[in-house]
Design a protein around this ligand. Sequence first.
Ligand SMILES: *Cc1c(COP(=O)(O)O)cnc(C)c1O
Length: 384
Amino acid sequence: MYRDTWAEIDLTQIRENIIEIRKFLPRSTKLMAVVKANAYGHGDIETAKEAVEAGADYLACAFIEEAIRIRNAGLQQPILILTPIRPELVPLALEHDLMLTVTQASWFHEMRKYKPIHTPHKLSVHVKMDTGLGRIGIRTQEEWLEMVPWLRAPDVVVDGFYTHFATAGEADNRYLQLQIQRFLEMKEWSSISRIPINHYHCAGSVAALRFPELCMDMARIGAAIYGFYPEKLVPNIQLKPAFSMHSRLLQMKKLKEGEYVGYNNAYQTDSDQWIGTVPIGYADGWSQRMQNSEVLVEGVRAKIIGKISMDQLMVKLPMYFPEGSKVTFVGYSGDQEIQIQELANHIGGVSQEITSSITDRVLRIYKEGGGVHHEITGSRTKTY
Ligand SMILES: *Cc1c(COP(=O)(O)O)cnc(C)c1O
């Protein structure tokens, strides 16, 4: 590692979270570990391996590139791609034994140009229903009936039938109830059509933890694996984050009252002040919205001041710190902690938005059982 900015991923914590979630779900419910977006920034392959070892039955990705990376890493579990792929990519998906999300009869029509019906490979699909998220999926029985003949093809297996909730994280669950009601009706359509379907599923992390009885055959768990969940709404489980991120002070300077800091003169000192520069910026995923949020410098809180630039940002320090002092953006430093939730509140977003935005430029260091295991950034891997 040459650069003084890194993220630490506690794989043991990810494992413990999955084991806790597993205990929480009904026994007959399979656990699909969602590792899209580089496992919410935690490292896709490392997380997928850990998830499988901890008992995940399925894996899920957003896009075909992500799924191929995981398959090529040697994982044998079923992998569902949550976003529909272009029909011409079906042979590529089959080559890597990937399951597809389907939402339209016209997709199958087009797909048949690339996969003739009598080819030996079976295509495993999960049909996505839109019960009110308004994103992707079938909304009407008409659309479903158009899809049915394609689903009956001898080389098609309907491994799943699913939907996704819009308001699982909100205390008021009336809209969630409406979506469930609609999903149960749609489930009826599938029974009437006598299409054999292996798994019905509807819950992501928050719905699964709040209403385990809703999970049906499978729960698609992303955020909770990484320790992100609304603690107030789910008091009966304890999950912890696995992600922390740190850097080191690059330069210290004492500015006089009235001096400017950062682009556009966005900050002006109101007294003589210690200002520290840290080598991390928005190109690392530390967005300009983080301006005025806090970091820990050797356990002491300090505010990010001025505009965050591409590779560097400045913090206002209450006292002198030597260059090289540890700066913690997320996680513990001394007896202080910066929680991701605090930062999410600062930007008006969610925890997973922050971790999944951390770019490849930031080295991920993996810890298992407390010790450092090995580190990966982008395509570079180093094992100790
Ligand atoms: C991302 C995603 C999930 C995982 O959601 P979490 O809230 O992170 O558990 C589940 N289902 C679908 C369709 C998704 O896109």
